[in-house]
Design a protein around this ligand. Structure first.
Ligand code: ADP
Ligand code: MG
Length: 556
């Protein structure tokens, strides 16, 4: 697939500067193919997969076509949803940032008319809108298209799917005959063919084959994991690869909420998106995620649809997607624009058959993987730390501490001992005093999720629980603890496990059966760690309750 540097495409220096500032190294295949004919004034039909850079492919020529002195609408971009309209407007804004006198405005349903009318009156030359709202403004006379030079239909297939056909026809009929027409779509169903025939003149048709982008460097792995071990598996994988930016897909809103809470309790920075969350809040979460304001976005398919986020290190399918198409859609968010990414999928019990069917039908390449053991994670952490230390030493990017070190050397300490002691301190390696469980000493030993930078030097469970079959009933080696939180407080077993694991930084498998009562719960905990749990959970807040766990036989 042909790609060319942007500076060979005949662009203005302002746009080249903007592209450079966005960090694009070269034009993607669809951009390479459509920008030159668009600059010549031709009509274009462009078909390429999601994530292939269609926005810039039409936005760049649109910006170049604008006469900045003329304060009238010159380019109209139709998008299926308001999210997309806003995203496209943002990209247009960035690409036009070095050109003076160009204004764009997104207009979509749900936003007050007066604000949009003000932006239109102020002389915006590029309007990005959903078909229905654009049509409304045309009818009201608040959007005039007499000076329109270019009309662009983005995600044409989706607009038709969403029933915008008539609106599109109405809008198109209101555009002047001399304008350029651009159709962009990931697929080209016959209905679009009809529109293209009617509204374009001798178009240049470009089709970029999907597999060029579907061969992105996404490593795809699946793991067979018991349902109750999924959270532990997830955190182990995150820790093992030191992921900092990814999406975790769940199948239900409830699962999204639960997982968000559990990961949060374990010290990961997360936020969530699903259909019950208000649009304003969704926008905030999306923006924050884009800025890398938190690490992991927990989302349902629906909420994540149309979300333009690339740069992801990893996509987790915490729950299996419905079909191969959803799967491909989900993992398409990593490994974009030539970067490598990873896609990890969990299957429990009989779901393996469903996955196998998906692999067959969708011709997917997903390998089987094994959840790393705690030892492997510690080892990986050590490697990561070693790499960081080595890089810091090599680049010399640290303040010299000669005086402090000289003082230590003068006192007769060896340099190797000094370094080792420093690393020990960095890892929070202060020995904890052995304290008897004091359930009433609130505030003492108050748990805060540990910093995940710091490897925890602690005893390891004998056996990673993954290789064990699911546990039924009470097991040997477990003791029962009384927790003063129950159904009345809307506590769920998952919350309790998450809280314990999060605060103690021990694997969830040290928690066994949980018997949830009205005002309290009986929690089985591995004997070996019971004291640890009693001590660290005392005084911790959960569901509005200050926990005061005690051994169950003392709770009488
Ligand atoms: P599409 O509309 O085809 O689904 P987008 O236009 O949304 O794709 O682009 C997907 C991502 O790729 C965006 O984050 C965009 O900023 C980025 N991108 C676009 N063009 C390039 C390029 N030439 N080099 C690197 N990244 C690019
Ligand atoms: Mg797009």
């Amino acid at each position: 697939m042909e790609k060319r540097p942007f500076n060979e495409l005949g662009l203005s220096s302002e746009v080249l500067k903007a592209v450079d500032k966005l960090g694009f190294e070269e034009a993607s295949p669809i951009q390479t193919a459509v920008i030159p004919p668009l600059l010549e004034g031709r009509d274009v039909v462009g078909q390429s997969a999601t994530g292939s850079g269609k926005t810039a492919a039409f936005a760049i020529p649109a910006i170049e076509a604008i006469n900045p002195k003329l304060k009238r609408v010159q380019v109209l971009i139709l998008c299926p949803t308001r999210e997309l309209a806003v995203q496209v407007a943002e990209e247009v804004n960035k690409l036009a940032s070095f050109k003076r006198g160009i204004m764009e405005v997104p207009i979509y349903g749900g936003q007050p008319y007066d604000r949009q009318i003000r932006a239109l009156k102020a002389g915006s030359q590029i309007v990005i809108g959903t078909p229905g709202r654009v049509m409304d403004h045309m009818e009201r006379g608040t959007l005039r298209l007499d000076d329109l030079r270019m009309v662009i239909l983005d995600e044409c297939d989706r607009m038709l799917d969403m029933g915008f056909r008539d609106d599109i026809e109405t809008v198109m009929a209101g555009t002047p005959p001399g304008r350029q027409s651009l159709f962009f779509s990931a697929t080209m169903p016959p209905a679009i063919r009809g529109l293209i025939k009617r509204y374009t003149h001798d178009p240049v048709e470009v089709r970029i084959k999907a597999h060029a982008k579907n061969a992105p460097r996404v490593e795809q792995v699946y793991f067979e994991v018991q349902r109750r071990a999924k959270v532990e598996a997830l955190t182990r994988l995150i820790d093992r690869y030191d992921f900092r930016h990814g999406i975790v897909f769940c199948s239900t809103k409830i699962m999204v909420d639960e997982l968000d809470e559990q990961l949060h309790a374990r010290g990961y920075q997360t936020d969530r998106l699903h259909g019950d969350i208000s649009q304003a809040q969704r926008n905030r979460v999306t923006e924050k995620f884009k800025r890398k304001g938190f690490e992991f976005l927990i989302a349902t398919d629906v909420a994540a649809r149309g979300l333009d986020i690339d740069d992801l290190e990893v996509v987790f399918n915490f729950d299996l997607p419905n079909d191969a198409e959803d799967y491909t859609h989900r993992i398409g968010r990593t490994g974009r624009a030539g970067k490598s990414g990873q896609a990890f999928t969990f299957v429990s019990n009989r779901e393996i058959y469903k996955l196998q069917a998906m692999i067959r039908h969708g011709r997917l390449k997903i390998h089987r993987g094994r959840i790393p053991s705690i030892d492997e994670i510690e080892e990986a952490r050590e490697d990561q730390f070693f790499e960081k230390l080595r890089t810091t030493l090599e680049t010399g990017e640290f303040a010299r501490q000669d005086r402090l070190i000289d003082r230590l050397l003068e006192q007769g300490f060896a340099s190797t001992d000094i370094s080792a002691a420093l690393i020990h301190l960095m890892h929070g390696g202060v020995k904890e005093p052995a304290v008897e469980p004091t359930p009433h000493a609130t505030g003492q030993g108050r748990g805060k999720p540990g910093d995940r930078e710091a490897p925890q030097f602690r005893d390891k469970p004998q056996q990673p629980a993954f290789d064990r079959p699911g546990r039924t009933g009470r097991e040997q080696g477990f003791v029962t603890l009384f927790f003063n939180v129950g159904r009345k407080h809307a506590a769920k077993p998952g919350d309790i496990v998450g809280k314990i694991a999060g605060v103690t930084r021990l694997p969830a498998q040290i928690v066994g059966a949980i018997d949830l009562k009205q005002r309290h719960s009986l929690v089985d905990v591995s004997e070996q760690y019971a004291d640890d749990v009693l001590q660290k959970l005392a005084g911790v807040r959960m569901r509005g309750v200050t926990l005061q766990p005690v051994p169950a036989q003392e709770a009488g």
